[in-house]
Design a binder for this molecule. Structure first.
Ligand SMILES: Nc1ncnc2c1ncn2[C@@H]1O[C@H](COP(=O)(O)OP(=O)(O)OP(=O)(O)O)[C@@H](O)[C@H]1O
Ligand SMILES: [Mg+2]
Length: 278
């Protein structure tokens, strides 16, 4: 698979006279069609990294290559069209007077014909479970509902790359997982690529690869399974998976459970297997 995004040796600081860099030599890649999670403590530089990719900030040095072309002042608008970004704070991203206007806004800008626009808006709102709210005022929605609408706005545009910056943080864990599964389905249907900043374990488990950021640097890049096996998960801005903790305790009790990552279903199956052999 080819790389749709390559980030090479980025250095960035918000204030020119700051002692320390906010991002220090950040390099990673994202493959076409991949779902990449980015995790890490508050302030580790996750949002800054994706803002650089979307051209909202400019690096002091380093390169960002999107679909084979380096991001420059000349192509920034074209590149930004390929990316749909959902920000951390949903309040700052509404432009429409109603929910449906808001979702339609980006489509209007792209000159999508009216009939298709209506259809895409309806479809996107149905997918995120907000169709009943289409004539409401975005400002009067709950945080979680705002996040659903913001995701609908991006999904309706069908960009090549979707960037989610803690885009489901205001939903409960069930709603969060449901929405992430929906985005994953759309991604697979349309061959999109997703970068998602998250603290949510279930979401990380669904992704293809995980990057850990620490103090402005990329600490590691691994599969979710490899990550969940680490003993220092708590120090990475992520909770230890329930299954890893349970498997550890069962091992201590003498159960013969291999040292690897299990989803809840897999662990349940393993336990049935062990119990029926007794
Ligand atoms: N607009 C800004 N001006 C100055 N410093 C900033 C600005 N935005 C972020 N920073 C600082 O840059 C560092 C990285 O911030 P960033 O928002 O990228 O972290 P993050 O990993 O996204 O954290 P969080 O999990 O809290 O969202 C932090 O020390 C933060 O205080
Ligand atoms: Mg952030």
């Amino acid at each position: 698979m080819k790389n749709i995004i390559e980030v090479k040796n980025l250095f960035y600081k918000y204030e020119a006279n700051a002692q320390e860099y906010t991002l220090k030599d950040v390099s990673f890649h994202v493959k076409q069609g991949e779902w990449l999670s980015i995790i890490g403590h508050n302030g580790s530089g996750k949002s800054t990294t994706v803002r650089l990719i979307d051209g909202l900030l400019e690096a002091e040095s380093g390169n960002i290559i999107i679909s084979g072309e380096e991001l420059t002042h000349e192509n920034i608008w074209e590149k930004r069209h390929q990316i749909g970004m959902v920000f951390q704070n949903p309040d700052n991203q509404f432009v429409g007077a109603t929910v449906e206007d808001d979702v339609a806004f980006g489509l209007e800008n792209q000159g999508i014909p009216l009939e298709e626009m209506r259809q895409r808006v309806q479809e996107a709102l149905e997918l995120v479970g907000m169709a009943d709210f289409k004539t409401r005022e975005p400002a009067r929605l709950s945080g979680g509902q705002k996040q659903r609408v913001a995701i609908a706005g991006v999904v309706a545009l069908r960009p090549q790359i979707i960037i989610l910056d803690e885009a489901t943080s205001m939903l409960d864990s069930e709603g969060r997982l449901e929405l992430i599964r929906i985005v994953k389905e759309i991604k697979d249907q349309h061959g999109m690529t997703v970068i998602s900043i998250t603290h949510d374990l279930d979401e990380v488990a669904l992704s293809d690869r995980v990057i850990v950021m620490k103090k402005g640097e990329v600490e590691s890049s691994s599969s979710p399974a490899e990550l969940f096996m680490r003993k220092d998960l708590g120090q990475l801005g992520l909770d230890e998976p329930f299954t890893t903790d349970l498997a550890d305790r069962l091992r201590q009790e003498g159960f013969d459970i291999p040292l690897c990552y299990f989803t809840e279903e897999e662990l349940e199956e393993k336990l049935w297997e062990l119990l029926s052999n007794k």
